[in-house]
Design a protein. Structure first.
Length: 204
């Protein structure tokens, strides 16, 4: 087990494990996971639904290679510039990555570009809590946290930024006093009425 996995183990047991188990099996078809890290999501995929799988990170972690099924192709690269054609992927997965990418709007624009119109972005991340006292605490902690945690940012409104990047998010949910948000985000079809998002999602 890597140091990352050991440090994350209490959070995985209490919160993240359940979120991963319910969200990740939705991945299907041509899949890209960005910021794959140690490959912690690998045991949760329904591999029978997946035809191709690329695992992208700044550097490939040996722990991920060790965990990966044969289908997985590893790629060293950055989420802000995805080496895929427009509209070529069915699913993009990003868990605990949007808190860290240096340029979140560019990353989301890239994900929207590479997804098929009926594709999905599956995400889990921590965000700035809604509660004012907790938010103030997070803002204070964020003065030092990114320096200790590889650029991880505690103050992003990630679910809002995903919506602002042209996605509808349904289903969606939160955990641990809304510190964690998860969702299935689908590219909004230009000209569609966001009030019809549910119908748009159900129709797929
Ligand atoms: C906190 S770890 C999350 C690992 C794993 N996805 C999980 O759910 O536990 C963040 C990961 O995102 C990767 N990462 C950070 N910035 C990135 C970028 N711009 N492009 C691709 N991966 C990035 C890091 O290298 C790291 O593996």
């Amino acid at each position: 087990m890597s140091i990352y996995d050991i440090l994350m183990s209490p959070l995985e047991k209490r919160i993240l494990g359940d979120l991963r188990r319910s969200l990740i099996p939705r991945a299907r078809g041509q899949v890209l996971e960005i910021g794959v890290g140690t490959g912690v999501n690998f045991p949760n995929y329904d591999w029978q639904k997946i035809t191709a799988f690329t695992a992208l990170d700044l550097q490939v972690d040996p722990a991920a290679r060790h965990r990966a099924p044969a289908l997985v192709r590893f790629l060293a690269g950055t989420a802000e510039r995805l080496p895929f054609a427009d509209g070529s992927l069915d699913t993009v997965v990003a868990t605990l990555v949007f808190c860290t990418v240096p340029d979140l709007p560019t990353t989301l624009a890239e994900i929207r570009r590479v997804l098929k119109t009926d594709g999905s972005l599956l995400f889990i991340d921590h965000v700035l809590p809604e509660d004012k006292k907790m938010a103030a605490l997070f803002r204070t902690a964020n003065r030092v946290w990114p320096h200790l945690a590889h650029g991880c940012n505690l103050t992003r409104g990630i679910h809002r930024e995903i919506a602002a990047a042209g996605f509808s998010i349904a289903p969606a949910g939160s955990a641990a006093h809304q510190i964690f948000r998860w969702g299935v985000a689908r590219p909004l079809i230009i000209g569609s009425n966001p009030e019809n998002d549910d119908a748009q999602a159900k129709g797929r």
